[in-house]
Write a protein that binds this ligand. Structure first.
Ligand SMILES: N[C@@H](CCC(=O)N[C@@H](CS)C(=O)NCC(=O)O)C(=O)O
Length: 210
């Protein structure tokens, strides 16, 4: 039987932006054709579509290009949003995503790659912890906005990366609320499904459908 056309997703397994896109696509029940990218060897077709050269990038069957993970997540929940992750509290959700991307991500980068940065690694770690403290204050019900929303899906991949720098230190020093919130996401069947290891996509490969 002929398959319907699928959106094509250029993705990289460990990229937190790509993780959140795949996580929300899976939640929405959208299937896509997956193209696994190696960042130091990006395919020409990706660079032609999107010269800025970041992943994730998704091309819809009508040719529309989504070049930002936040656009991919929002497109996915417009297709289907079974638990109402984005139906209400849109403004608060958007604000958490903005704060993560603009405020927390630079601190995470400073902690992960402290070479040639303005502050020391420990100073970045402290600033990141101060930011995560604000998140803790919202996690009393287990979710950032009191119930599951797009904000949880959009943020946890970044906190996961922060933990990965020194997992023992994280588990010893962080608030159990954030530890449990992260644990719940990274042990979910959705996360397991989107983190399978895949070979680099090559032009001419048979479509790999998710
Ligand atoms: N604002 C973009 C950021 C995406 C991004 O920075 N992705 C990284 C990987 S995590 C990337 O592709 N970097 C390009 C490179 O390393 O060559 C989004 O939300 O999609």
């Amino acid at each position: 039987m002929k398959q319907p056309p699928h959106p094509i997703l250029y993705s990289f397994r460990r990229c937190p932006f790509a993780i959140r896109a795949r996580y929300v696509l899976t939640y929405s029940g959208v299937s896509w054709e997956h193209r696994e990218v190696v960042l130091r060897d990006k395919p020409a077709s990706l660079l032609q579509l999107s010269p800025k050269g970041t992943v994730p990038v998704m091309q819809l069957p009508d040719g529309t290009l989504l070049e930002e993970s936040s656009d991919i997540m929002r497109w996915a929940v417009r297709q289907e949003d079974p638990e109402n992750w984005y139906g209400s509290q849109k403004q608060a959700t958007d604000e958490w995503i903005r704060a993560n991307d603009e405020e927390f991500k630079p601190l995470l980068d400073g902690y992960k790659y402290p070479q040639d940065k303005a502050l020391s690694q420990l100073e970045y770690r402290q600033l990141a912890i101060n930011w995560i403290d604000k998140l803790d204050a919202h996690l009393a019900n287990g979710f950032i906005l009191g119930r599951p929303t797009l904000a949880d899906a959009a943020l946890f991949p970044f906190i996961r990366q922060f933990r990965a720098v020194d997992a023992d230190w994280f588990d010893e020093h962080l608030n159990p609320l954030v530890i449990n919130w992260l644990e719940r996401h990274v042990t979910s069947p959705t996360f397991t499904a989107i983190m399978v290891k895949l070979p680099q996509w090559q032009p001419g490969d048979a479509p790999l459908l998710f």
